[in-house]
Design a protein around this ligand. Structure first.
Ligand code: AMP
Ligand code: MG
Length: 334
C-alpha cells in the first residue's frame, strides 16, 4: 500500500472544509434574514450544498494526494434543463470564492469529482457530506461540513466543521479534527492553520444517571420514543439535547454530553458513510466509543452505506456497555 502523509492530508482537509464553511455561512445568514423559513423553500440549501461540495472537491484536487471523493451530491440534477437558476447561483458563489474565471463547466466538474462510487479497488477515499443536517441549516440552527478519510474500510482521519457551535476562542464556529492514533483537536472554524488548536477529550463520568444524551431534532431520523425509554432505564434525568447534524458527535467529543443515540426508525434504513465517518473518528480519538445500536463496530467496507449496521450509539466510553444493555432492553431488533 502506498504511504501517505497524514499531517499534510489533515491540513488539506482543513483548508477544504474552511473554504466550504465560509460559503455555507453566508448563505445561511441570508436565508434567515430573507424569511425563507416561512416559505419552506429548500433551494438555498440546495445551492449551498452544491457550492460546498464543489469547493471541498476543488480544494482537495489541489492540496490532497488522494483523488477519490465519495460525496453525497453529484451534478447530474444541476446539468438538467430547468436547473438553470440554481446552477447560476452555485456558479456565482464559486466565482466569489475562486475568481471570476470559474466557468459553469468547471463548477459542474468540481461537483462531479465527488461522484466516485467506492469499491474494493479503491484503497483510500474521502467521504464528504457538504452540508450535513440540511433541516438544521434551513431552520438557522446547527449543521456541519463533514469530511472523512477511509482507508481499507476504516476511518483514519476526519474533519468536522460546525459553523454554529462555539469554538475554543469563545466565538461562533469550531472545527474538529482527528487522525487515527493521534487524538482529536478543536480549533476556531475560521482561523489560520493550527492557530488556537486545543486537544479535546470526552467526559469521564462513569454513572449513566449523571449523563446527558443527544439525538436528532428530526423524529424521522431517530426514534425519540425509544430514546426516552432508554433514558429512563439509565436513570437519566436531564432532557435530551436535540441537535441536527454531526454536531452531536462534536458535543460528545468535547465532553458536553456523554451519549449520542441514533435509533433506527425502520428496519430498511442504512446509515450513509458521510453521515458518520468524520464524527465517529473525532469521538473515538477524543477517547470515546462508537458502535451501532447492537454494539457492532461501524463497518465502512461496503460502499456508500453502512450495510451491516443499524443505528449508531456514541458515548464517552466507560458507560458504553450500560447504554448498549439499555438499548437492547428497549429496542426490538427482530
Ligand atoms: P440528523 O441531522 O442527525 O437528523 O441527520 C441528518 C441525516 O439523516 C441526513 O444527512 C440523512 O442522510 C440522514 N437520514 C435521512 N433519513 C434518515 C432515516 N430514516 N434514518 C436515519 N437517518 C436518516
Ligand atoms: Mg448528512
Amino acid at each position: 500500500m502506498s504511504k501517505i502523509d497524514f499531517a499534510s492530508e489533515l491540513e488539506a482537509a482543513v483548508v477544504a472544509v474552511r473554504d466550504a464553511a465560509d460559503v455555507c455561512q453566508s448563505v445561511q445568514k441570508n436565508l434567515v434574514s430573507a424569511a425563507t423559513l416561512e416559505k419552506k423553500d429548500r433551494s438555498p440549501v440546495t445551492v449551498a450544498d452544491f457550492a460546498s461540495q464543489a469547493l471541498v472537491c476543488s480544494s482537495l484536487a489541489e492540496y490532497s494526494k488522494i483523488a477519490e471523493v465519495v460525496g453525497e451530491e453529484n451534478a447530474a440534477e444541476l446539468r438538467e434543463a430547468g436547473a438553470e437558476a440554481t446552477r447560476e447561483k452555485v456558479v456565482l458563489h464559486l466565482r466569489n470564492a475562486r475568481g471570476a474565471e470559474v466557468s459553469t463547466d468547471q463548477a459542474l466538474d468540481w461537483i462531479d469529482l465527488g461522484g466516485v462510487d467506492p469499491d474494493d479497488s479503491i484503497e483510500r477515499y474521502w467521504t464528504l457530506d457538504p452540508i450535513d443536517g440540511t433541516k438544521g441549516f434551513l431552520r438557522g440552527e446547527q449543521y456541519a461540513i463533514a469530511l472523512g478519510l477511509i482507508e481499507n474500510g476504516r476511518v483514519v482521519l476526519g474533519v468536522l466543521g460546525c459553523p454554529n457551535l462555539p469554538g475554543p476562542d469563545g466565538k461562533q464556529g469550531c472545527l474538529l479534527t482527528a487522525v487515527r492514533g493521534q487524538g482529536a483537536e478543536v480549533r476556531p472554524l475560521m482561523g489560520s492553520g493550527r492557530d488556537g488548536a486545543t486537544r479535546i477529550s470526552v467526559s469521564d463520568i462513569t454513572s449513566t444517571a449523571a449523563a446527558r444524551f443527544c439525538e436528532s431534532v428530526e423524529s424521522g431520523h431517530s426514534d425519540q420514543g425509544q430514546s426516552a425509554d432508554i433514558a429512563a432505564v439509565l436513570e437519566i434525568t436531564e432532557d435530551p439535547v436535540r441537535v441536527d447534524s454531526q454536531a452531536k458527535y462534536a458535543i460528545v467529543a468535547q465532553g458536553d454530553a456523554q451519549i449520542y443515540l441514533r435509533l433506527p426508525t425502520s428496519k430498511e434504513y442504512r446509515e450513509k458513510i458521510w453521515d458518520h465517518a468524520a464524527g465517529m473518528i473525532v469521538v473515538e480519538e477524543a477517547g470515546g466509543r462508537v458502535t451501532d445500536a447492537r454494539g457492532f463496530s461501524l463497518d465502512y467496507g461496503h460502499g456508500r452505506m453502512l450495510e451491516n449496521n443499524s443505528g449508531v450509539i456514541a458515548t464517552n466510553g466507560p458507560i458504553h456497555e450500560a447504554v448498549l444493555k439499555a438499548v437492547a432492553d428497549v429496542v426490538n431488533f427482530d
